[in-house]
Write a protein that binds this ligand. Structure first.
Ligand code: SF4
Ligand code: SF4
Ligand code: FES
Length: 319
């Protein structure tokens, strides 16, 4: 047994103007999970400590919280992997959410973005007119298995820096779940779903990989790339800046082996979009004043053929 100190964020939106912290010492085995340590604290010391949980087995997705500054499932995190040398474990509510009571947060924005996906199959014809069950080949199902493991714990959403600066962004979990339906051969709304998630700022993802930490190995970041690829493949909303930017970046790198920034700016904003180009002109002038103006043309690097071979091997779309 060990004495573990839980340093707990305490706040009740019904009564408190500002949060405070409580240090609660529990006597538990070092290998106990953070969730079980919290359960002990609640049962034996302070019944008012609030947190969500249900399964205790990393299945229900309820117990996400910040543990020593990193979001994760409390029921999957043994205390001895996170406590400091004094046996202290710091627990806070998930970031990117409004705290409600202690470690419980308002999940509404997360669920709203999820429900906008219409997260259920919408086949092209009605079941009553379909002659037999809708079959999926093992190969097609393989694409969906990992993402179907999502337990909607919102860990990835809490870790996403884009959500923190632009709450309109759908976030990694919703985009990954959109992929689950976009790639389901039984669904009849592929293009509509791609358009919907594009309108929910799919292209704002900054590819920082913070959401790669997913307790169920859904890899939302990779699914975001898949959805972007699907949007280009199906030519959905191709006039938006996101896909235009992706294509012009690929094109210039394939042509020259370098990022031709001037062409990327023009290709993203639109060569004939005078108003858009005028908007970025002050930035261009400031860059020029600091000697950082990108060259108007970029010469291909000596081994550009090798770069082109990589593009062709990976079938990277460029136009
Ligand atoms: S993708 Fe992973 S981290 Fe995100 S909600 Fe689903 S299970 Fe949780
Ligand atoms: S990769 Fe994209 S979705 Fe994932 S955390 Fe970074 S910005 Fe957010
Ligand atoms: S209690 Fe269910 S995932 Fe942790």
């Amino acid at each position: 047994m060990a004495k573990i100190t839980l340093d707990i964020f305490r706040f009740d939106e019904a009564t408190d103007a500002v949060p405070h912290r409580d240090a609660v010492v529990v006597d538990v085995p070092e290998t106990t999970t953070v969730l079980d340590a919290l359960e002990t604290a609640k049962a034996e010391i302070d019944g008012s400590i609030s947190f969500r949980r249900s399964c205790r087995s990393a299945i229900c997705g309820s117990c996400s919280m910040n543990i020593n500054g990193i979001t994760g499932l409390a029921c999957k995190t043994p205390c001895n992997t996170v406590m400091d040398e004094k046996g202290v474990v710091v627990v806070d509510p998930m970031p990117n959410f409004q705290p409600m009571k202690d470690l419980v947060v308002h999940m509404d924005p997360f669920w709203d973005k999820y429900s906008r996906l219409k997260p259920y199959l919408q086949p092209a014809d009605a079941d009553s007119t379909h002659e037999r069950e809708r079959r999926v080949s093992p190969e097609d199902m393989k694409k969906l298995v990992d993402v179907a493991n999502c337990i909607m714990c919102a860990t990835c959403y809490a870790l996403c820096p884009v959500v923190s600066v632009d709450p309109a962004f759908a976030g990694p979990a919703a985009i990954a779940y959109a992929y689950r339906f976009i790639e389901d051969v039984r669904d009849g709304q592929r293009k509509e779903r791609i358009a919907q998630i594009s309108e929910d700022y799919l292209w704002l993802c900054a590819h920082c990989y913070a959401c790669s930490y997913c307790p169920k190995h859904v890899d939302p970041h990779d699914r975001i790339i898949d959805v972007k690829r699907a949007s280009i493949k199906d030519r959905v909303l191709m006039n938006e800046r996101g896909p235009r930017h992706a294509l012009v970046v690929s094109k210039t790198i394939k042509q020259t082996g370098m990022l031709a920034e001037t062409e990327v700016i023009q290709g993203t904003i639109g060569r004939f979009n005078v108003r858009g180009l005028l908007k970025v002109a002050p930035l261009g002038l400031r860059m020029a004043a600091k000697g950082k103006m990108p060259p108007p043309f970029v010469k291909p690097i000596p081994k550009v053929d090798e770069v082109r071979t990589i593009f062709e091997a990976l079938e990277v779309p460029v136009s």
